[in-house]
Design a protein around this ligand. Structure first.
Ligand SMILES: CC(C)(COP(=O)(O)OP(=O)(O)OC[C@H]1O[C@@H](n2cnc3c(N)ncnc32)[C@H](O)[C@@H]1OP(=O)(O)O)[C@@H](O)C(=O)NCCC(=O)NCCS
Length: 175
């Protein structure tokens, strides 16, 4: 994972994950919104951050993706997760969270835009997708800010913690 390039946006730096990020991941993932809207375990227990680093990070890599830690450029602190989950046959999908203490400062939108630009340039994708539940207004606003268009409702597209969920497909095409 460490040969991924560091990506610099206007307000964030995207860098490879490090083993000593686990305590911050563990703290951030206690957030009810992260547990509600993403595929992280809920409850988020001891060892889950280490499992993410040991399995989910290389797993994304194996599917043509790239898992990045998001740092606030202002102070270098770890504030989020931005992952190209997979990239196959020209289509990629991104998933993300920003820690509750770092929200509403434009960091998420900058991180998403930065990863998208890199994926178009270096991962041979022509289309990037986000799957967002209709009630996740924060994520929908972030997607719009980062240039993703809402394309329609996919019924039962996501199975999250054993429940089928509808998602609004969002897409951004390569420039
Ligand atoms: C969604 C999330 C990543 C947003 O991160 P963020 O860093 O706070 O987002 P930004 O500050 O870059 O905001 C981008 C835009 O979204 C808006 N926004 C962010 N959170 C919002 C909320 N809860 N409600 C309404 N709008 C919101 C901002 O106002 C901004 O809009 P603007 O450009 O019109 O001003 C963060 O709230 C989060 O981690 N949520 C839980 C996990 C999650 O939902 N992941 C996505 C699953 S699909």
């Amino acid at each position: 994972m460490s040969d991924l390039p560091v990506l610099t946006g206007a307000h964030v730096r995207l860098r490879p994950w490090r083993p000593n990020d686990a305590p911050t991941i563990q703290a951030a993932c206690q957030d009810p919104d992260i547990q509600r809207w993403t595929t992280v375990p809920s409850p988020y227990g001891p060892g889950d951050a280490e499992h993410f680093l040991a399995h989910r990070v290389p797993g994304a890599r194996a599917r043509g993706g790239a898992a990045y830690a998001v740092e606030d450029l202002a102070d270098g602190s770890l504030v989020g997760s931005m992952t190209l989950l997979h990239a196959e046959r020209g289509i990629g999908e991104i998933g993300y969270w920003i820690a509750p203490w770092a929200r509403r400062r434009g960091l998420g939108a900058d991180a998403l835009d930065t990863l998208a630009a890199w994926a178009f340039a270096h991962r041979d994708v022509h289309r990037l997708e986000l799957q967002i539940e209709p009630d996740n207004h924060g994520s929908r606003a972030l997607a719009a800010r980062a240039g993703f268009a809402e394309e329609g409702l996919l019924r039962g597209r996501l199975v999250l913690r054993g429940e089928r969920r509808d998602v609004l497909m969002h897409g951004r095409l390569a420039p």
